[in-house]
Design a protein around this ligand. Structure first.
Ligand code: PHE
Length: 345
């Protein structure tokens, strides 16, 4: 009987060792320790034992029961703990924690202003034309009435790659490319946004790379008054209905006549302040009537069509619009600066 008890112990402990679920554990408890279980089964034979044997076997039986119970309890505790841990892990939600706000990016102020300018002109019926930043001397200068050694080339110090290839100094070469692509058809009505490059030392108002938006209109009977009306419309949509413009005579080789355009000071409205150096006016762009020779280079007969063109620096417009004092803020990617534009529409 003793052997049977020992064998039962060994078998039970082995089975318990492999137990893998609380259900299986409870089945084994019934199997070994239950009222109709294996141990009870063996102990039924106790009656047949002698008075001396009985306490000895009783002792062994108790040990076996205790050993099995101990393992069952330990297993049960382990199952319970695992279950509690799982539940806690699944249920941990601290509703008092503040939410995590993902940092939100923003459109860069320069892109925002460029988009605004583009939208205004698209609203006026213009389409967008683009061209290469690495440009030929022909498109960047020659076809714009700036032959080699022309003194006006000094106005735009250039990064040359070879004698004939350079980084474009303005978006005006896109004028020529557009006109040629139109193959003599009218009207031409485009704006040309893009990066341009000049050999300037960077400071608060200069950068070796900046952004321009140029406009070009070509067709029969295009007049200076069309240019002026267009620019007034643009300025009022950009800076507000109260904004006024004035045109001052100027010079560009590719336009004749040429003008510099001022807008009433965005800060003081024209009364005079530090921003406008007490003149009431701020310079915002250059413009003029397309030079006959440039029309010819574009494939048009200056006797039949005329045109106007204007060009502005996006940085300059953005500086004025947002009252920023240093162009370098646009390029240094300081999040404290850029973050100010997150919620602006
Ligand atoms: N291309 C000129 C510049 O970059 C701007 C301009 C464009 C002036 C068109 C007149 C007409 O300085």
């Amino acid at each position: 009987m003793k052997e049977r008890l020992e064998a039962l112990r060994t078998e039970a402990l082995q089975e318990l060792e492999r137990v893998d679920s609380p259900q299986r554990l409870s089945d084994l408890r019934v199997k070994y320790l239950g009222k109709k279980g294996a141990l009870t089964e063996i102990l039924r034979g106790m009656g047949a034992l002698s008075a001396e044997e009985r306490p000895v076997i009783g002792q062994v039986a108790n040990d076996v029961r205790a050993a099995i119970e101990q393992v069952i309890e330990a297993k049960q505790a382990a199952f319970q703990q695992a279950e509690t841990e799982n539940r806690l892990r699944a249920e941990t939600i601290d509703v008092t924690l503040p939410g995590k706000r993902p940092p939100s990016g923003a459109v860069h102020p320069l892109n925002k202003v460029a988009q605004e300018i583009e939208d205004i002109f698209i609203g006026l019926g213009y389409t967008i034309a683009e061209g290469p930043e690495v440009e030929t001397d022909f498109y960047n200068f020659e076809a714009l009435n700036l032959p080699k050694d022309h003194p006006a080339r000094d106005m735009q110090d250039s990064f040359y790659i070879t004698d004939e290839i350079l980084m474009r100094t303005h978006t005006s070469p896109v004028q020529i490319r557009t006109m040629r692509a139109m193959d003599g058809k009218t009207p031409v009505k485009v704006i040309c946004p893009g990066k341009v490059y000049r050999r300037d030392d960077d400071d608060a108002t200069h950068s070796f790379q900046f952004n321009q938006i140029e406009g070009l209109v070509v067709g029969p009977n295009i007049r200076m008054s069309d240019l002026k009306g267009t620019l007034l419309q643009f300025v009022q949509l950009m800076f507000g209905r109260q904004a006024q413009i004035r045109l001052r005579p100027s010079f560009f080789p590719f336009t004749e006549p040429s003008a510099e355009v001022d807008v009433t000071c965005v800060q003081c409205g024209g009364h005079g302040c530090r921003m406008c150096k007490h003149t009431g006016w701020l310079e915002i762009l250059g413009c003029g009537m397309v030079h006959p020779r440039v029309l010819e280079y574009g494939g048009y007969d200056p006797e039949k069509v005329s045109g106007f063109a204007f060009g502005m620096g996006v940085e300059r417009i953005a500086l004025l619009k947002y009252g920023i004092d240093d162009i370098r803020h646009f390029y240094t990617n300081d999040l404290r600066f850029l973050g100010q534009f997150v919620r602006m529409s």
